[in-house]
Design a protein around this ligand. Structure first.
Ligand code: PGA
Length: 255
């Protein structure tokens, strides 16, 4: 296993936080703190904050992402945003299938797949989220579920398109709860995701795919998590809203 063949990506997921003015202020605060990063640095922000984020991040090593994308190019889909709209706005990444969207907005493995396809076909990098609930874990279905979600999300994605796919393993019980998976649990979950990719695309291809961990990753536990064999960075919620904490995580992934 050669971790050096994969890029570590630290991506903030701001969720429904920060106004456009707050976006400008936070990115300006972050820019100098992450300027020396030896990993990719991404901030996924609410749609309305994208112009401010792109403007504030100009000339820096911070790239901007969105938190969702629709699967059609255009049409009667009130409240939705297309991949082309995101690209034209300067967006490079998009979170797809976050557990909050699966839980509150009727996202299914099928719509996650369609959104992933729309994103990569348009030239965005999709950060596809998978993860088990506590109940599923306790029933012993973690491996089955992670492999199923991963394979479903990647249906009709070519091996070549995997270059524009990041999978984020986010155990639902660890998101926003302050309960982080242990480094071993994170590594095991990420390992299942990589195995699922290997089962479809072969081991060599699977070794090149960035698999993040997400769920209460913070300035204190990031070092241990990102050092694990299968953990290629993280998707960060709460700690991405504080510049020093986010910068500490970026630093951990840069070692
Ligand atoms: P958290 O969120 O870091 O606040 O747990 C992670 C996520 O939902 O992506």
């Amino acid at each position: 296993m050669n971790k050096a063949v994969r890029s570590a990506v630290i991506a903030g997921n701001w969720k429904m936080n920060k106004t456009p003015a707050e976006t400008t202020a936070l990115i300006n605060e972050m820019k100098p703190l992450v300027a020396d990063a030896d990993c990719k640095v991404v901030l996924c922000v609410p749609f309305i904050d994208i112009p401010a984020a792109v403007e504030a991040a100009k000339g820096s090593n911070i790239e901007i992402g969105a938190e969702n994308v629709h699967f059609k190019e255009s049409g009667a889909y009130t409240g939705e945003v297309s991949a082309q709209m995101l690209i034209e706005s300067g967006v490079k990444y998009v979170v797809v299938g976050h557990s909050e969207r699966r839980q509150y907005f009727g996202e299914t493995d099928q719509t996650v797949n369609l959104r992933t396809l729309a994103a990569v076909n348009a030239g965005l990098t999709a950060i596809v989220c998978v993860g088990e609930t506590l109940e599923q874990r306790e029933l012993g279905y973690t491996e089955t579920l992670l492999k199923f979600q991963t394979k479903m999300a990647l249906t009709n994605i070519s091996a070549d398109q995997l270059k524009n796919i990041i999978i984020a393993y986010e155990p639902v019980w660890a998101i926003g709860t302050g309960v982080t998976a242990t480094a071993d649990q994170a590594n095991q979950g990420n390992g299942y995701v990589r195995e699922a990719i290997a089962e479809v695309y072969g081991k060599a291809v699977a070794e090149t795919v960035t698999v993040q961990y997400g769920g209460s990753m913070n300035a204190k536990n990031a070092d241990e998590l990102v050092a694990m064999e299968h953990v290629d960075g993280g998707l960060i919620g709460g700690a991405s809203l504080k510049a020093p904490d986010f910068a500490a995580i970026v630093k951990a992934a840069s070692k």
